[in-house]
Design a protein around this ligand. Structure first.
Ligand code: BDR
Ligand code: CA
Length: 345
């Protein structure tokens, strides 16, 4: 063996020894306000689980669409159904940093404040349990042990991420990239909110966490409502998805299928799935680099994200990020269907 090859071999053995994951995969931590299908988080996780581009180091749960308990219980079961129960699950924040339950929250979408026991997921509760370690400790330890390597995928309120940023001063500087589904940007087309006139749900549930995160210095790819609104999952696409029989398509038939039976003309937006797909193939989306900040005044714009081409008064600390606003829908949905139909990994 010549000297150069020997040096390369030693170097690659060193890299393999310092990381548990395969070098051609992106190591990700998947942070989610998970609920079983037809919720978007579960379809986003299906896509990630079925994609060899990722090494999922762990799933961290947060209150958002439903309670923290439900997010955790559903994701544990989902991992069993997907045949990847070895992926560890870490329990995160059960409430936002500051935002409290209100009459408005109760009357509108989302059960983030709830502490009701979770309903039994499809096929019963998982025998797999969540880890003892907290979501924040897992994130901090993993990122700090692998500087610049780990990507965070955040598709719920940003409470866990903000807590990790606050817990460890070196955390933000050592994250490879953070891909967020959240916000809505009025400067770009289709930038209205979906929970208040201007605020998007994930940012509105925890506006203070969103601001801490967006100002943290972590390189951010933002997948806001602007790009989500370029998607439209119809019954026809759903029927194509389930022509192949796998445990994942069976779950989709049982859940999404029932919803299409009741509402055959409904169009479903695919929010979190686009965030994940854009990591696998960045050419699926079109983005613009903007400064984005979040309003944390407890007034009419609480939780609203604001994007600008230059910083503006009050947003001097805002950082630039890639903001997605357009989608190649046919290529995206074809990719989603093809991956969900693959045999389980
Ligand atoms: C976001 O809010 C949640 O309801 C969805 O899962 C998605 O992450 C869309 O505003
Ligand atoms: Ca979500």
């Amino acid at each position: 063996m010549n000297k150069r090859i020997a040096v390369r071999l030693i170097l690659s053995l060193f890299v393999i020894a310092s990381n548990a994951w395969s070098q051609d995969r992106i190591p990700i931590i998947f942070d989610t306000d998970f609920v079983m299908p037809p919720a978007d988080d579960s379809m986003a996780l299906m896509l990630a689980l079925q994609s060899p581009e990722f090494e999922i180091l762990g799933v961290t749960t947060v209150a958002g669409n439903e309670s923290l308990e439900r997010a955790t219980s559903d994701v544990l079961r989902m991992l069993e159904i997907a045949g990847q129960a070895e992926i560890p699950v870490y329990v995160g924040a059960d409430m936002p940093l500051v935002h409290e339950k209100s009459d408005f929250a109760v009357e509108n979408y989302g059960k983030w404040y709830s502490n009701e026991p979770p309903p039994e997921p499809s096929g019963g509760f998982a025998s797999k349990k969540a880890e003892e370690k907290s979501a924040v400790s897992f994130m901090v330890d993993t990122v700090m042990a692998n500087p610049g390597e780990v990507m965070l995928v955040a598709i719920g309120p940003l409470t866990n991420i903000a807590q990790a940023i606050r817990a460890e001063p070196g955390f933000a500087g050592n994250v490879r990239q953070l891909v967020i589904m959240g916000g809505a940007v009025a400067l770009l087309p289709q930038g209205a909110g979906n929970i208040t006139p201007n605020a998007e749900f994930n940012f509105w549930v925890d506006p203070e966490a969103a601001r801490v995160t967006l100002r943290s210095g972590i390189p951010i790819e933002l997948s806001p409502l602007n790009v989500s609104r370029k998607s439209a999952l119809t019954k026809d696409w759903y029927e194509r998805m389930v022509v192949v029989d796998t445990p994942l398509t069976a779950l989709l038939r049982e859940t999404l299928g029932r919803r299409f039976e009741a509402e055959p003309d409904r169009l479903w937006l695919m929010y979190d799935q686009i965030a994940v797909a854009s990591i696998i193939d960045p050419t699926l989306v079109t983005s613009e680099r903007l400064y984005v900040d979040v309003d944390i005044d407890h007034g009419i714009s609480y939780g609203t994200s604001v994007g600008g081409r230059k910083p503006w008064p009050g947003a001097e600390a805002a950082q630039q990020m890639n903001v997605q606003y357009d989608l190649d829908w046919p290529r995206f949905i074809e990719m989603f269907i093809e991956r969900v139909q693959r045999p389980l990994r």
